[in-house]
Write a protein that binds this ligand. Structure first.
Ligand SMILES: C[S@@+](CC[C@H](N)C(=O)[O-])C[C@H]1O[C@@H](n2cnc3c(N)ncnc32)[C@H](O)[C@@H]1O
Length: 200
């Protein structure tokens, strides 16, 4: 994970809330876990991780892809297809090295395999970036304690930005972090929801 995203968004949330259950929607090959596990160890606990991804089902000839076969929308991912085996061996290594408590990797399109209501201490929504998918993903996990949305900038990810605006308009408290480069170009924008009322 890029340093600025880690230092400004993830690290402070982990230090404050110490989430034990962590769900990553769009886990790709586990780079988020690579950042999370040493810090959780330093904080004195191990994470139970759940990762969702279409993995090899998601073909990406150009940035707009993959095309979601359920909604017909383009997911705008900007990454190569992820290998299920690669993240699995990473998770096995982390469990063996006492960095991760447990893991569950779920392969498929989220409209098929992510069905709530599901509760996690922290959720990172970074799978399909189309409006329909981000809305679907959020609705399945919306009672979770902390929800982080990646890539909420309008110009590159209009579907995500539109959904975040709708959440705001409906009264959900969303905090956005925007980082710009020296020329004023946005290089990171993500949104966080903290549900103060925890599920029992
Ligand atoms: C931007 S990448 C995730 C990067 C990852 N979070 C990280 O930090 O390394 C998006 C991932 O979402 C997956 N994806 C896209 N649309 C999806 C969908 N509708 N259902 C499940 N996975 C999806 C892609 O296969 C891809 O691996």
């Amino acid at each position: 994970m890029k340093d600025y995203k880690w230092n400004q968004v993830f690290k402070p949330l982990l230090e404050k809330y110490k989430p034990k259950t962590f769900c990553e929607i769009g886990c790709h090959e586990g780079l988020t876990l690579k950042s999370l596990t040493p810090l959780s160890k330093e904080l004195g606990y191990k994470i139970n991780y759940t990762g969702y991804d279409a993995f090899e089902l998601a073909e990406r000839p150009t940035f707009e892809y993959p095309k979601n076969p359920i909604t017909g929308e383009m997911e705008h991912n900007g990454k190569e297809s992820a290998s299920y085996e690669k993240i699995k061996s990473r998770c096995d290594k982390y469990v063996k090295n006492d960095l991760l408590e447990s893991y569950d990797l779920i392969k498929g399109w989220t409209h098929d395999v992510l069905k709530g209501p599901l509760y996690f201490d922290m959720v990172y929504i970074d799978g399909g970036h189309s409006y329909s998918t981000v809305k679907w993903d959020y609705e399945q996990v919306k009672d979770s304690k902390i929800i982080i949305f990646d890539d909420t900038y309008e110009n590159k990810f209009p579907g995500v930005a539109k959904f975040i605006n709708e959440l705001r308009d409906s009264g959900v408290k969303v905090k956005e972090t925007v980082i710009k480069d020296a020329n004023g170009k946005v290089i990171m924008q993500c949104a966080v929801i903290v549900n103060e009322q925890e599920q029992q």
